[in-house]
Design a binder for this molecule. Sequence first.
Ligand SMILES: NC(=O)c1ccc[n+]([C@@H]2O[C@H](COP(=O)([O-])OP(=O)(O)OC[C@H]3O[C@@H](n4cnc5c(N)ncnc54)[C@H](OP(=O)(O)O)[C@@H]3O)[C@@H](O)[C@H]2O)c1
Length: 279
Amino acid sequence: MQNAGMAALQLNWRYLAFDVHPDRLRAAIEGARDMGFIGLNLTVPHKVLAVDMVDLLDEQAGAWRAVNTIVFETRDADGNWVPLAGVAAGQAGEVRSRGCNTDADAIARSLQEEFGRESWRGAAVLLLGAGGAARTAALRLARGGIASLAIVNRTAARAAELAREVRREHPGVAVTEGYPSHPVDLVLNATSLGLKADDPPPLDPAWLKARRPQFVYDMIYRPAETGLLRAARDAGCRAAGGAGMLLYQGARALELWTGRPAPLARMRQALEENLKSYV
Ligand SMILES: NC(=O)c1ccc[n+]([C@@H]2O[C@H](COP(=O)([O-])OP(=O)(O)OC[C@H]3O[C@@H](n4cnc5c(N)ncnc54)[C@H](OP(=O)(O)O)[C@@H]3O)[C@@H](O)[C@H]2O)c1
């Protein structure tokens, strides 16, 4: 997806994956900066660790206390900090790292695209999971004015911790732990259950049938059709997987690195082709 986007923008760049031990994350970020990398994406468990390892945070990374994108910046001829990409190769002086977060808005944008709903103000949400993706979704939806958030997680202590954080940051949202007794508008799966074909469902299919939430979103994008999505459609819910979320966080990251609009259609096509090959 990123390499297709970069090619469409005629950039002589490559997007590469590196397996970095969390103990070496600081050294990896500094090494990438010193080697002239344009930027980085980070995934679990690095997103939270990196908050203290970058020179500054943008508004989003500051709000969610998680970094999924780093932009290396340098000064232009007028002394303003700009993405490294804006300065001719070899001309950069001092370089700093800006920690950004493109995940939260990607969730909101994908939910809007999939379900045609601009706002979730007043909605009742059931969140499955309490890891990094669940936390970002919970805080983003709470900021968007949902009425209630019920959190279900295998490890109850993590659900309780997330519930405390959402209550503290957004006292107007009614946050509970466990399955709610009231009707639910949106179920969001942010657990890893569904990645493997023999995983148990993250949510009891009987609950789905009985309660019939209007919308079910599974953050998992591979496989494209998870057991949860099948069960949700069988129960008459509108259901969508997480490919849009992946696309939009990546497209925004590319925009931050380049300062140019992302070639969304080309990136979407590359992503869809790639995901099809995993069916
Ligand atoms: N679409 C996208 O762009 C996108 C982006 C990020 C993540 N995701 C997806 O979101 C999911 C969570 O990612 P994450 O980054 O939040 O990971 P994470 O921080 O490791 O959290 C994993 C979550 O899954 C739960 N879980 C794991 N194995 C389980 C099991 N066997 N039974 C029940 N619960 C289990 C964990 O519960 P415990 O707390 O009990 O361990 C935790 O709530 C993954 O499936 C990932 O692929 C999608």
